[in-house]
Design a protein around this ligand. Structure first.
Ligand SMILES: NC(=O)c1ccc[n+]([C@@H]2O[C@H](COP(=O)([O-])OP(=O)(O)OC[C@H]3O[C@@H](n4cnc5c(N)ncnc54)[C@H](OP(=O)(O)O)[C@@H]3O)[C@@H](O)[C@H]2O)c1
Length: 245
């Protein structure tokens, strides 16, 4: 029988990350669970069993990421690093607090850069590094504002890493549609094709077990948005306006 995988989930305390942790634990993986909330990580690790390790960190703080990477270097080899940590603050541009906007950029985009820099030396050769974008990164959506822009940045980062690290790291990009978590519970519009975190976790695990670079779901939403983003702006932008009304 093959060795159980060791997987580092960053953003594991809630939402999609916690659902992924439950699903992977059930499939026998050993997990390192990261987010900022130590207590919630400890509760989750206790729920999943003694082999799982809570490791609190803040992806927006390089010193915190470095300290976590030092601890991770004692656990190697790591089979996968799946980075999901992100912040979201929907609203119109005029209403967005500049400090919150800066925190969203530092967490979502700079945080992905930090993880992309520390993860490769921790991974076994051929191990997987998955970054999380969003369909909101395909094309700017009204009220996505700074969040959508950071997700477009994460998509671009993953694309460049896929080529740059291809000799030793299997870089992947996860682009979910709408998933019912605390992140989207603040949306005031009707979210098309919204999924449960459990269904999203299954789609992610299935996708990461294929050879495809991008894991995107649900297909009935993502293919439509891909098509939309391929249109000329004069045709696409009036349509995006309708999506969030
Ligand atoms: N939900 C959706 O519809 C949707 C759609 C497309 C993409 N996504 C993406 O999917 C990923 C997971 O989203 P979700 O819906 O599961 O959100 P969520 O329920 O809010 O979970 C976000 C996770 O990130 C952690 N986190 C936030 N800031 C952090 C920081 N600075 N350092 C470390 N951990 C941090 C949170 O834990 P702590 O608060 O304890 O730190 C939590 O565990 C995100 O990248 C999101 O952009 C979600």
């Amino acid at each position: 029988m093959s060795e159980p995988e060791t997987i580092w989930i960053i953003g594991a305390s809630d939402g999609i990350g916690a659902a992924l942790a439950r699903e992977w634990a059930q499939r026998g993986a050993r997990l390192v669970l990261s987010a900022r909330s130590q207590d919630r990580l400890e509760d989750l690790a206790a729920e999943l069993g003694p082999k799982h390790i809570p490791l609190a960190l803040d992806v927006s703080d390089r010193a915190s990421i470095n300290a976590a990477a030092t601890k991770m270097s004692q656990i190697t080899p790591i089979d996968r690093v799946v980075h999901l940590a992100a912040l979201y603050d929907p609203g119109k541009i005029a209403e967005l607090d500049p400090d919150t906007a800066a925190q969203i950029v530092t967490t979502n985009l700079t945080g992905s850069f930090h993880v992309a820099q520390v993860a490769p030396p921790l991974l076994r050769v051929g191990g997987q590094l998955a970054l999380c974008g969003s369909v909101a990164g395909y094309i700017g959506l009204p009220q996505g504002q700074i969040y959508s822009a950071t997700k477009a940045g994460v998509i671009n980062l993953a694309e460049s890493l896929r080529a740059e690290l291809s000799d030793r790291v299997d870089v992947r990009l996860i682009n979910p549609g709408f998933v019912d978590t605390r992140l989207t519970q603040r949306n005031t519009f009707e979210m098309p094709a919204i999924m449960t975190p459990e269904a999203a976790a299954s789609a992610i695990i299935d996708g990461l077990n294929t050879q495809r670079f991008e894991v995107h779901f649900p297909k009935r939403l993502t293919w439509g948005l891909k098509l939309l983003s391929a249109l000329p702006y004069w045709a696409a932008l009036p349509l995006t306006k309708r999506l969030t009304q």
